[in-house]
Design a protein around this ligand. Structure first.
Ligand code: FES
Ligand code: MG
Length: 573
């Protein structure tokens, strides 16, 4: 770096030699005038725009507004694409690629003349992916979410993204909805660009970044296509430049305090179970010690305030009208670290001061909550030695304490082949068990933990059952679903040893998940089963299989944990 101007980008643009020539001339070829290399902050606009991630398809448009804000504040914006993650299309699971994208983000930021970065994300995994990558570099960084799609409707009936699909498909399988009606609902559910309009993973993670102070106030709920989303983008770009001047690095905001706030607000909004693996992974990058049990302990006593699908009845547009995350933070103030620093340069409490609701039923008060004790319950027991989770607010209350015989599916193919078999020995009190759907097993820990209710039980009026797996579930899903069992079956966890008819005991108030089979029998079964084998298939999947950690530590790649900083690499010419 030059002596007079310590700006990182000046290591590229400040030199009078041939290297400086190459760097500047490349940018000038895009029409950038010479004065732009005078040492002003260079802001990367990291964009997960892609037509393969339709929820993020409008981020290309939003990036223009970010650039306006950067120019207004006297910076130079340079937009760059990173691999995107489209929940609706990607197989076998976007989760398998979250860590890959985080590497793309991290390496691209570090390898280029950037002083600060705006991270554009929307669809579920894109938010943790960009934040994980940026945290490992630790420049001044700010997130802009894409915002939710508009409320979907058909025949006057609201169609919640994701959740409505599960509900309608159960009706098709129960014979109360035709296939034509089902297909006809497709275009009604996602009416515009933007992420799911439910409190699914995308809305949850957008709320988490706002709560953690790494995005501007109001970021989570403004609809994707609302004019205010564009002005927020403009303000985000402007703020990125100021953050460089203030040397307000991500690590100053993304602290243990911020993570604790996130866990508590996640409980109050009825947020996705996926926030658990993502926040654990983000904490791992930021060097913050966060344990799975923190999700249960820190959210103890936090009430459910937000009445949104899948835990309640409204959608993101109503949440926006009700004031969104700032109103929740104000209402929850006694539970939060309001002195936590944020990207605005002010504290979390200062950001939301005076932003109270107008009495909308979508956001309840602490005195009149939707539910007394919300949050995610972390279960332990011989079936999940390293833990498992359940979201009680999305489950049928009567099933939270339950004992029933296991109906075991060895993998997803086995499940698909037999779940609707009229001969399947399954009853309303059975416990459906799915193996082989964890980080290594599937691979990629897909959102298949909300196993379908067998068709014959649906027709008999059964709407919920206890289900246990090492999978995740969509943030838009619901039910008495035990997820993220660790260690997973493919990593030799006891889940691998469960057999049909074994009694499984779920006791959510006692935080217990127990397999009522004695140790000697489990030892015998383990010996008979032998060591779990993972396939040798090369490519990224191989790297992932060798290095992915279990769900209780965030399912990151082990070698990506921590921060590698923003030192300027040696020159390329
Ligand atoms: Fe993209 Fe839900 S599918 S946010
Ligand atoms: Mg989702």
């Amino acid at each position: 770096m030059t002596g007079e101007n310590p700006r990182r980008s000046q290591a590229w643009f400040g030199g009078a030699d041939k290297t400086g020539f190459f760097h500047r001339s490349g940018i000038k070829a895009m029409g950038v005038p010479d004065r732009m290399f005078d040492g002003r902050p260079v802001i990367g606009i990291c964009n997960t725009w892609s037509q393969l991630a339709p929820c993020n398809a409008h981020l290309r448009d939003l990036a223009e507004y970010v650039a306006r804000g950067v120019y207004e504040a006297g910076g130079l914006p340079l937009e760059f694409p990173v691999t995107s993650l489209g929940e609706t299309l990607m197989r076998p699971s976007t989760m398998m690629y979250r860590n890959l994208v985080s590497m793309d983000v991290e390496e691209t930021i570090r390898a280029n003349p950037l002083d600060g970065v705006v991270l554009l994300a929307g669809c579920d995994k894109t938010t943790p992916a960009v934040l994980m990558g940026a945290a490992s570099v630790d420049l001044p960084s700010i997130v802009l979410s894409g915002g939710p799609t508009l409320t979907g409707r058909r025949d006057g009936v609201q169609l919640p993204s994701g959740t409505g699909t599960y509900e309608m498909y159960d009706r098709v399988r129960a014979g109360t909805m035709t296939s034509e009606q089902f297909v006809g609902a497709e275009v009604c559910m996602w009416r515009s660009n933007g992420s799911c309009n439910t409190m699914g993973t995308a809305s949850t993670m957008a709320s988490m970044v706002e709560t953690m102070g790494v995005a501007l106030t109001g970021n989570a709920a403004i609809p994707a296509v609302d004019a205010r989303r564009r002005s927020l983008a403009h303000d985000t770009g402007l703020r990125a430049v100021e953050m460089v001047h203030e040397d307000l690095r991500l690590s100053k905001v993304l602290t243990r305090q911020a993570l604790e706030n996130a866990i508590r607000v996640n409980a109050a909004i009825g947020g996705s179970t996926n926030a658990v693996v993502h926040l654990l992974a983000i904490a791992g990058r930021a060097g913050s010690e966060l344990r799975l049990d923190d999700f249960d302990e820190l959210a103890a006593g936090v009430p459910l305030l937000v009445d949104l699908v899948p835990s309640g009845k409204f959608l993101m547009e109503e949440f926006f009208d009700a004031g969104g995350v700032p109103v929740v933070i104000n209402e929850l103030r006694d539970f939060l670290h309001l002195d936590a620093p944020t990207v605005t340069g002010r504290t979390l409490g200062e950001n939301v001061a005076g932003m109270t609701g107008w009495g909308s039923p979508a956001i309840r008060t602490v005195d009149d909550p939707l539910q007394e004790d919300a949050g995610i319950a972390v279960l332990h027991g011989n079936l999940a030695p390293d833990g498992a989770i359940i979201k009680p607010s999305a489950a049928t209350k009567e099933l939270l304490v339950h004992r029933g015989p296991a109906v075991v599916f060895e993998d997803i193919d086995d499940l698909r082949a037999r779940i609707d078999d009229p001969e399947l020995d399954v009853h309303a009190d059975s416990v459906l068990v799915l193996k082989g759907a964890g980080p290594k097993g599937y691979p990629g820990m897909p959102e298949m933990g909300n196993l379908p209710i067998p068709a014959k039980l649906l027709r008999a009026g059964v709407t919920d059952m206890v289900r246990v797996s090492d999978a995740r579930m969509s943030g838009t899903a619901f039910g008495a679903v035990v997820l993220h069992v660790a260690p997973e079956s493919a990593a030799g966890g006891p889940l691998a040893l469960v057999q049909d008819g074994d009694l499984i005991e779920l006791d959510v108030p006692a935080r217990r998940l127990h397999l009522a089979v004695d140790d000697a029998e489990l030892t015998r079964r383990r010996a008979a089963r032998g060591a779990e084998k993972l396939p040798e298939i090369g490519g990224y999947t191989q790297l992932y299989l060798r290095h992915v950690t279990q769900a209780d530590t965030g399912a990151d790649l082990d070698f990506l944990r921590g921060k590698r900083g923003s030192d300027v690499p040696r020159a390329s010419h």
